[in-house]
Design a protein around this ligand. Structure first.
Ligand SMILES: Cc1ncc(COP(=O)(O)O)c(C=O)c1O
Length: 401
């Protein structure tokens, strides 16, 4: 793989006291903003070769050869029968929920990116927000159970941060109430549960291949499933319902993946293991550096499973000398654009905030987790020195300086 430009200036300053901090007037640690979601980009030459072949062929989109190859390779990697590639994860969610004929109410976490809820609302399906388990940040099956009404038709679990949802327990709830179960696996590419890669759980799983994700196609997404009928229906839906040249047999939208997106996907796919290695090394550097910082705990990945280690999620304890928001302020001054994902929870965003002003009463864990989480930069452009610079800022804040 070709490394994207590494960040900032080197060597990075190490913050040892309050006066070293940019928020107190010292020069910032980085001379350019360091975003949380820096893209993982594979071999430039391999991508440009594919791009050149696309231009030569004149086949730019509409189920082209690269999109087909992409689908075959992703399905084989995940061990599923079908990969239906799409233009982004949001449209993939909309198509999947429509193909599953979800209606009425569908239970989702509030602690997720807002697209999980919007994909439902966009189709006039009501997202019902269930609380999470504060230890895993994923849906709590008991909370899901409490939100079921006669109008409920389905559950969408989200494998947040790439750590799989409690699939078995959600399946049991879905079975008991005759609900359809699918997963928003936007964060979970390359992650496993009990040794099985995310992709084959529920009736279908949806990936986002957005630029900020572990595995990207610039913009892109896919629905993967073992259900032949569902896959066929989604293929129709993503292409306006066309079955052949003039024959439209279904209402559909435009969810197609372009050839250039597939070229990016195939290229990045070749470097997947390298992305994991870099992310894991970054994660270990953060973990070691933060282990001595009392009151900041790094969300851990289960090393007996496959992980993509894309998210560096830190929880700030109530006794930590600075609030989560103050930490974000201090880091932003250093040009480290740490994020308060997924604050304040979907239920506090429009239109849900106005529609369901009391939804928060059922979401105490969503509130406390979203108020204490801060996500730090990782990805292939980060390296250990930069990370040790960032954690030195946190150590000084921890010391009350
Ligand atoms: C959990 C989750 N769901 C859905 C999406 C939407 O995906 P996309 O940006 O590809 O539309 C994202 C990311 O953007 C996400 O993080």
């Amino acid at each position: 793989m070709t490394l994207v430009k590494e960040v900032g200036k080197s060597p990075y300053k190490i913050v040892r006291s309050a006066t070293d901090r940019a928020i107190n007037g010292a020069p910032p640690m980085f001379d350019e903003p360091i975003h949380v979601g820096r893209p993982n980009i594979g071999n430039h030459k391999a991508f440009l070769q594919r791009a050149s072949e696309i231009l030569d062929s004149g086949w730019l989109t509409n189920n082209g050869p690269l999109a087909q190859e992409f689908e075959r390779r992703i399905a084989a990697f995940l061990g599923v029968k079908h990969c239906v590639a799409m233009c982004n994860g949001t449209i993939a969610l909309e198509i999947a929920t429509r193909a599953l004929e979800l209606k009425g109410e569908v239970i989702v976490p509030s602690y997720t990116f807002v697209a999980t809820a919007h994909a439902l609302q966009w189709q006039e399906i009501t997202p019902i927000f269930a609380d999470i388990d504060p230890a895993t940040h994923n849906l709590d099956p008991a909370a899901v159970w409490r939100m079921i009404t006669p109008r409920t038709t389905g559950i969408i679990g989200v494998h947040l941060w790439g750590r799989p949802s409690p699939v078995k327990e959600l399946k049991a709830v879905a079975k008991e109430h005759n609900l359809r179960l699918m997963f928003d696996a936007s964060h979970g590419f390359g992650c496993s549960l009990n040794g099985k890669l995310v992709g084959g759980f529920g009736e279908c799983e949806v990936f986002s291949f957005h630029a900020t994700k572990f595995f990207n196609t610039f913009e892109g997404g896919a629905v993967v499933t073992n259900n032949d009928t569902l896959a066929e229906k989604m293929r129709l839906m993503r292409n306006f319902g066309f079955s052949g040249y003039d024959n439209v047999i279904y209402p559909g939208t435009n969810g197609k993946m372009t050839e250039i997106a597939a070229a990016m996907g195939l290229t990045n796919f070749e470097d997947l293991e390298e992305f994991v290695a870099i992310n894991r090394s970054n994660y270990c550097t953060y973990r070691d550096a933060l282990s001595s910082v009392h009151g900041l705990s790094l969300l851990e990945y289960d090393e007996s499973e496959r992980n993509n280690y894309q998210y560096i999620v830190v929880e700030v304890a109530p006794y930590f000398p600075a609030s989560r928001d103050r930490i974000v302020e201090v880091l932003h001054a250093e040009n480290v654009l740490a994020r308060r994902y997924f604050w304040p929870g979907c239920h506090n965003m429009e239109p849900y905030r106005s529609y369901y002003p009391h939804a928060g009463l059922m979401l105490p864990n969503t509130k406390s987790v979203s108020e204490r989480v801060v996500v730090l930069p990782s990805g292939s452009a980060m390296h250990a020195d930069a990370i040790r610079g960032i954690t030195s800022v946190l150590s000084v804040v921890a010391a009350g300086a």
